[in-house]
Ligand binder design. Structure first.
Ligand code: R5P
Length: 311
């Protein structure tokens, strides 16, 4: 087995390599003067089971291109099997046509990864489960919920918890977390969005008064959804609000928005390399995802069950 990395999240790649007690494959993924991506693998990979780790986070197009070119280089170097390990799968929110004459970019990106020569895909908390079906190759979708649940159970012992979905679309994810938290009660923020990038909280479905709210979502981008929801929960009488989000996209002024919000704490995983602002924020804590990804890679390489990781 070999583990190769693009440049999007080298600390995560090193942590996964550490979990697997492997050295990262000796390769350079660099730019020509005109910014074209160039990949060179400096060791033999013929007949190997190779995992390429690359999140297609900001800058999404550059990171995607690096991933595609790494896979192409491995295919042409006769790797036996290539697994694209994409902890954060960018473009995932473009998974359907929201209006006439719009693209389904998540499907296009899935096609590009498949046609570049990947044999399998491994991702974490895909924005929608059905994105697995956009790939005509085996695709494993790992869930961060057990990692989050362990952290919550350790820190929130004896507290009256309620798990909150910040929008109607996230109810299945919230219910799954609530189940892992000894069947904690569930609440839902009914959100209406006037314009893309803006969110407006309408009302809370469920009982949150005098309870500690744990919000869960797959992505925090501008932070609007989460910060507005946190304020609505406090207005409704919640004692405190924390949020557990798998992918900390945190674009633009998101970190400042989170710092100034009603949130006690925002916990994100490191599927996306944290910016300095996110690392410096007193409100943001980062949960390592490398053990989950490393264990899934080990099981894929051993041909053993990945789903039993979530039993
Ligand atoms: C939406 O469906 C996602 O699950 C997130 O709620 C959304 O991407 C968060 O975006 P923002 O932080 O910009 O409100």
């Amino acid at each position: 087995m070999k583990l190769m990395a693009g440049n999007s999240n080298l600390p995560l790649a090193r942590a996964v390599a550490g979990y697997l007690e492997l050295a990262l494959t000796d390769a350079s993924v660099r730019r020509f003067a005109d910014e074209e991506v160039f990949v060179e693998i400096h060791e033999n990979v013929r007949g190997e089971d190779v995992f390429v780790l690359q999140s297609t986070s900001f800058p999404a197009n550059d990171n995607l291109m690096e991933l595609l070119i790494c896979i192409d280089a491995l295919r042409r170097a006769s790797a036996r099997r290539i697994t694209a390990v994409v902890p954060y799968f960018g473009y995932a929110r473009q998974d359907r046509k929201p209006g006439p004459r719009t693209p389904i970019s998540a499907k296009l990106v899935a096609n590009m990864i498949t046609h570049s020569g990947a044999d399998r895909v491994l991702a974490v908390d895909l924005h929608a489960g059905q994105i697995q079906g956009f790939f005509d190759i085996p695709t494993d979708n790992l869930y961060a919920a057990p990692t989050m649940a362990a952290d919550i159970l350790e820190r929130a012992q004896g507290k009256d918890l309620v798990v909150v979905s910040p929008d109607v679309g996230g109810v299945v994810r919230a219910r799954a977390l609530a189940k892992r938290l000894n069947n904690a009660p569930l609440a839902i923020v009914d959100k209406r969005r006037d314009r893309p990038g803006q969110s407006e909280v309408m009302n809370i479905i469920g009982e949150v008064r005098d309870r500690h709210c744990i919000m869960i979502d797959d992505i925090i981008d501008s932070g609007g959804t989460l910060c507005n929801a946190a304020q609505a929960l406090i207005d409704e009488g919640a004692t405190s609000v924390s949020a557990y989000i798998t992918h900390g996209v945190l674009s633009g002024g998101a970190v400042a928005r989170v710092d100034a919000s009603a949130l006690d704490e925002l916990v994100i995983t490191d599927t996306i390399l944290a910016t300095d602002a996110a690392k410096d924020s007193k409100c943001i804590r980062i949960l390592p995802i490398a053990p989950l990804i490393g264990e899934a890679i080990r099981r894929i390489a051993d041909e053993s069950s990945v789903s039993s990781l979530f039993d």
